[in-house]
Write a protein that binds this ligand. Structure first.
Ligand SMILES: CC(C)(COP(=O)(O)OP(=O)(O)OC[C@H]1O[C@@H](n2cnc3c(N)ncnc32)[C@H](O)[C@@H]1OP(=O)(O)O)[C@@H](O)C(=O)NCCC(=O)NCCS
Length: 212
């Protein structure tokens, strides 16, 4: 059984599987794809994104709690086989010689049969455009393909927008944990169940394109 020791949305999981490869595309699984309101490019983050991701984590997620997810920490997550670090760009950004600005990022860890969403954020000016939803759909589809039974996360209990976002993505609120962050701020634990827990039935196959 996986052991979780969290700070912020963050686990230490002692039994992990390799993170799955990205799904070939977004068609035809139980994950319902709602079209983003802008053109969104989702890709695996590269080392050159680490600083931008770390600064988004510091400013948009960890604010008031200290900066745990600094660039070195993000780089380690990128190197771990059990983790996926995603980068999202919300608009065409290919200007010769420049690195596209990040609209959002997400980090998910994959355990034996539990995936844990570690961090997820979208730049304030690019919210409510479907970028967060697109990243979550990518991750949920990856978790499903990897045979995960459920996806777990924690967020600050007073993060009403975040809670609404995850509820809109099919997550349920399961546990309020007082003084979870730094011994003072409460967290809400949320879960999305993908299949019954336990060994995969012999009949299990990865989702098939075009079939729900
Ligand atoms: C939570 C967050 C990632 C959402 O990203 P986003 O790109 O704005 O979300 P989307 O546009 O994909 O929203 C998808 C759905 O979630 C719900 N939703 C998202 N933000 C919402 C808000 N502020 N109020 C109410 N519902 C909201 C809506 O149902 C929305 O669909 P709609 O716009 O068609 O109504 C973003 O607000 C954020 O970065 N917040 C700060 C960091 C954070 O709290 N991260 C989560 C904890 S680690």
């Amino acid at each position: 059984m996986a052991v979780f020791a969290f700070q912020n949305c963050i686990p230490i999981d002692n039994q992990k599987h390799s993170a799955p490869v990205p799904p070939a595309n977004n068609h035809g699984t139980i994950v319902r794809v709602k079209k983003a309101k802008v053109s969104v490019t989702i890709r695996i983050a590269e080392p050159g994104d680490a600083r931008a991701i770390a600064e988004m984590s510091r400013d948009l997620i960890e604010s008031g709690l200290g900066w745990k997810y600094d660039p070195a920490h993000i780089l380690r997550a990128m190197r771990r086989r059990e983790s996926v670090v995603l980068a999202a760009s919300g608009r065409p950004t290919y200007v010769a010689g420049t690195r596209p600005a990040l609209a959002g990022f997400a980090i998910m860890d994959f355990g034996d049969e539990r995936a844990h969403l570690v961090l997820l954020a979208v730049q304030p000016m690019q919210r409510r455009l479907g970028i967060g939803r697109r990243m979550m759909e990518w991750l949920l589809e990856s978790a499903l393909t990897a045979g995960m039974a459920s996806v777990h996360l924690e967020l600050r209990a007073d993060n009403a927008a975040g809670r609404r976002f995850y509820r809109a993505l099919g997550f349920s609120e399961t546990l309020l944990m007082p003084r979870y962050y730094d011994g003072r701020e409460a967290a809400m634990r949320m879960i999305r169940v993908l299949r019954a827990p336990g060994p995969l039935p012999l009949s299990w196959r990865p989702p098939v394109l075009g079939q729900n």
